[in-house]
Design a protein around this ligand. Structure first.
Ligand code: ZN
Ligand code: ZN
Length: 283
């Protein structure tokens, strides 16, 4: 299973000279395994280049799952070329309770106001369905389950298995314990942490929202994002082999991310790397 990062930024895309090495596009991750339809996680601005690649490959079937619909995760949707390929079929999973509600949520964005493309005019066939956090996600070939995260308005994490390998995509989320409690404080996991740890157990690779450092998290605890030491503690408890720090802070320039990568370079349980736009990771 190969995981490719097309967008690694949180909150807003950051083009410019300070993000040339780590990338400036917002969240979009492509998962591939053998002949299975590509599985796309979130549709931030990174989805534009991914869509161009899929169009070159004449991909006719795509699975797309949203963690949630904050702008940094959906902005690339109307720029995702497979949408405009007649005969293409895209399954679109949206956190919601009912399928009609999921369709209505996408329709609120593609309604002619925020972008000229209207949902009803999209040439590809869109199979929009509700993802209920905590349940299995019905996708051909891929084994995917979901979990509820800790984010304003809600967000959903995914665990993907193919070819006896498992990987998880956990963004956007705040920690599952108050400061001084839980695994990051060296205490037993809180009930909420136990639920996430069970979800991550057996994962070889975990991509995790670590937008803040700890000091910034303590100032913005209700904003719904984590910090690296928290993700390390959680992944260590779950026996994860490799943690990928993701959803980088808009203010973090290349030099800042270099420094962060160096800070965690010696971590072994789990190994820690930073998501870099354009990189492919073999799970
Ligand atoms: Zn985000
Ligand atoms: Zn968000």
């Amino acid at each position: 299973m190969d995981v490719t990062f097309w967008g690694v930024r949180g909150s807003i895309p950051i083009p410019g000279t300070e993000t040339t090495r780590w990338g400036g596009n917002s969240s979009c991750v492509e998962v591939r395994h053998g002949d299975l339809p590509p599985l796309v996680l979130d549709c931030g601005t990174g989805a534009r280049a991914l869509g161009q690649k899929l169009a070159r490959e004449h991909t006719r079937r795509v699975h797309l799952l949203f963690s949630h619909l904050h702008a940094d995760h959906i902005f690339g949707l109307p720029f995702f070329l497979p949408l405009y390929a007649p005969g293409a079929h895209i399954d679109v999973g949206v956190p919601a309770y009912l399928d009609e509600e999921a369709r209505e949520r996408i329709g609120r964005y593609l309604n002619g106001t925020f972008h000229p493309t209207r949902l009803r005019d999209v040439p590809a066939e869109l199979g929009i369905f509700a993802v209920r956090a905590g349940s299995r996600v019905p996708l051909d070939g891929w084994e995917v389950t979901s979990v509820r995260l800790n984010h304003p308005g809600g967000s959903v994490g995914y665990r993907v298995t193919a070819g006896h390998r498992t990987f998880a995509y956990i963004t956007d989320t705040a920690p599952f314990a108050q400061p001084g409690q839980g695994v990051a404080a060296g205490e037993p996991p809180t009930p909420a942490e136990k639920r996430i740890i069970a979800f991550l157990e057996g994962c070889r690779v975990v991509v995790y929202d670590t937008m803040y450092d700890k000091e910034e998290y303590l100032e913005k605890m209700t904003w719904g994002h984590s910090y690296p030491e928290y993700a390390v503690a959680l992944c260590r408890e779950a026996g994860v082999e490799q943690l990928v720090l993701f959803h980088h802070l808009p203010e973090a320039a290349d030099d800042d991310l270099d420094a962060r990568a160096a800070r965690f370079a010696s971590s072994t349980a789990p190994r820690v790397v930073l998501a870099r736009e354009g990189d492919t990771l073999e799970v």
